[in-house]
Design a protein around this ligand. Sequence first.
Ligand code: NI
Length: 170
Amino acid sequence: MVRTILHYPDKRLRERGKKVEAVTDEVRKLIDDMAETMYAAPGVGLAATQIGELIQLFIIDIADNEEPSDLRVFINPEILEATGELTWQEGCLSFPGVTEEIDRAAKVRVRAQDRGGKWFELEAEGLLAIAIQHEFDHLQGLLMIDHMGPLKKRLTHRKMIKRAEEQAAP
Ligand code: NI
């Protein structure tokens, strides 16, 4: 089922995700919903907190359109190591129409559980490393706007407020 993606400034986006105690069928059902929601958007990543599910879970698929899908699931993720620097033009499904060049680590080593509950470690670079850091931020209640300079931050805030008002108008 495609779920509603929360848009900034929805306050729920500022909540932290709670630890997933057990990877149950209920969690797997949520992962299926998140994948459907992400592909429908479309986007390359989605955190559970973006659909109002306040748990430590995000998904990523950075496969090109011509490639078969490559869904990656990260439950209770920890970033063990972050090295180098990389600037990437990022977007976010919670900020429709907004992009920003954000500086992040070029490489990360992450530890997380997969949809079977099994722990794995992954070294990532390039877009995958960027996506992992972006989605990991979401689980801490951090958003792309927090990485912007003061002027861009103000403009983006105003733009998103205006958008929310227009959508709320009858
Ligand atoms: Ni995002």
